[in-house]
Design a binder for this molecule. Structure first.
Ligand code: MG
Length: 204
């Protein structure tokens, strides 16, 4: 399986990183070795001194598809989760400055935390009408609303599937809202979807 991650999909997050608003979705890939099993701690790696959290809504693909039209994209998923896209911001910045690929800054081991999945039908809400929140050590640090995405989930699926075949079990991290920040050893991160606790991750 592959983990497709969307960048710059919330305007306020684009502003906080001083980036330009994208004209089309931006995406990159994390390998399956980046997945952190539920409930496992995240061990702070030696190669970075600036790891950021990015809480994101995650969609699981449940049908094989290529060149999917936006109007049919809703048929390719039924469940959502929350995920944390851990980012070695120092390595990413250095790579960008040098014009190098920044795969290692995003794709390192355990950099993709994914919660349990819930059926959208059980939530009784549209995928573009979901509130989610990240708490660090009990304090809210990120609050997102999927209605504020620059590119809606169905448009993301249509766009990405022009380039890459989507397979059953692939994940799409749909971008992070404003409020990204760094983690320290000893922190605990908790993700809530519609006020429902979905994930908890200790930093060791
Ligand atoms: Mg991200």
């Amino acid at each position: 399986m592959k983990i497709i991650c969307i960048g710059r999909n919330y305007a306020e997050h684009v502003r906080e990183l001083n980036h330009d608003t994208p004209e089309h979705p931006l995406f990159f890939i994390k390998p399956d070795s980046a997945l952190l099993q539920r409930g496992q701690p995240f061990f702070y790696p030696d190669f970075s001194t600036e790891i950021d959290y990015e809480l994101e809504l995650v969609v699981r693909i449940n049908r094989l598809g290529k060149n999917i039209q936006p109007k049919f994209a809703h048929k390719y998923y039924s469940e959502v989760a929350l995920g944390i896209d851990f980012t070695a911001r120092d390595l990413q910045r250095e790579a960008i400055d040098k014009g190098n690929p920044w795969t290692m800054a995003k794709g390192f081991d355990d950099s993709a935390v994914v919660s349990e999945f819930v059926q959208l039908t059980d939530m009784g809400k549209d995928i573009q009408d979901l509130n989610f929140e990240l708490r660090k050590n009990g304090s809210t640090v990120q609050q997102g609303y999927t209605g504020n995405m620059l590119f809606a989930v169905n448009d993301l699926i249509a766009y990405v599937s022009q380039y890459m075949t989507l397979k059953i079990g692939d994940f799409i991290f749909t971008g992070t809202p404003a409020g990204v920040g760094s983690i320290q050893i000893g922190d605990t991160l908790e993700g809530l979807l519609e006020n429902r606790p979905m994930l908890s991750c200790r930093i060791k």
